[in-house]
Design a protein around this ligand. Sequence first.
Ligand SMILES: [Zn+2]
Length: 470
Amino acid sequence: MKREGNTYASGSGGKDKSLTPFQKYLSKLALICDTQKGECGRTMTALVCLKGTEGPEYIFTSNYRKETELKETKSFLSNLLIFIGTNPDKLGAKPLQKQVLWRSLEFNFDKLEFYLKALTNALENCIASENGRKLTDFQTIKQLHSLQEKASFPRDIESSENARTKCLSDCETLIKAIQANKTGVFEKVLQSRTVEKDANSADNWCKLRHYLGRLHSYRQASEIIVAAATTWPDLFESPRIDFIRSAQKKHIPTPKTSNLSQIIPIALPEHEFRDFESDIAELRIYDLDEIINKQLQNRRIKTMIHGEVHLHNHLVQQGKTNPTDFWNDSMFIATSKPTCRLCQYYFNCSTNNFQVQTSHMNLYPKWRLPDIPDYQSSEDRDLYEDLLQDIIEQMQHDTLQMLEQKISRGKTNDSRTDSHSRLSTTASYLGSGLSNLGAERQGTSPRLPSPSSDVGESWIDIENGGYHAR
Ligand SMILES: [Zn+2]
């Protein structure tokens, strides 16, 4: 069976482990502001908390949101923090968490519907594969049916207040059941099924675990946000919320060719095509040429600045580069999803003092650096050139490693590393890596700002199914 190289996060929230409680709090705020699925990453939100003169000043942005959407998000976040801070009904922690959960679910309803639908599909597939087993595990089938029953409620929050209350309450009940399953036998079955030999069945269970985890993340968020109000009440005292407009999409130069023998010398100028001929022949079986062609087509559409890089650039421009500028002295740019590979490279650079969440190391074809404004000094321009060079070197290192070792560094929870799926995934990453690198080399800086128009373009990531571990 040909596998598409899709990856599913475990949904366990394990990636949060390295974050401090304060960083987790900011990340959960970012998470509940990232409301859309599809158009992958459009509403991905990056957020920081500055020390304001009157109280905390939260600043956020998204990969590509319209101004009206940013205003709606600002209003949601502002109302939520004020509600928690003032707690007008003097609610205890649990009922307050419920209120935060309901508000978050309602604001994220589009995404929630997507998750519920995907969960329902995954449950159906897992039930089918359980029924097909030689030794039927009746207890597991019962648990799956119970989840299926809890997930099948009318998705209606608009027709009436009663419908809204019922829908949010049903959703909360489902999330409670997910929580209850986390400590039981079901969790162990779930873990074991995701690594079993039958690739089809394991994929279904990976999806199930992923969507259970996504839905559960709203409960985690409400717990962490309410706990933060007890630990740091000042964070909720007269909070000011601001956003910066998403960066405009724009074209940047890309190689005119997608022919591998011409791309290699552009992407890796110190090397020749024949150095890698046998490696490439092996990966061509897995559509390397087609992937590169597709990636370059994507880049030719329009590139965008990812939210965390855009926010970082804004803070640097504003001179907010000292720990004392930030709440808790924490120069942490929270993101609703782990950073991608190129953002990771950006933040790896020696001149950066900000922290971001650990990367999933996926590559996105339309990534670009912020522009350098005209008015910047030659020193700033040199720093920008160094940054670009640094990123290119890190990309080159990765690309060479992928070519020679045929192992991609993208995050996958797939422990069934059969050579077919490994090479197929490597071809995907390498195709993306080579096209990104070729484009960066071709479009070498400086990249001055150029006028560009907004279009509602969807954001296609390298994984064909549109699912990824973000
Ligand atoms: Zn990124």
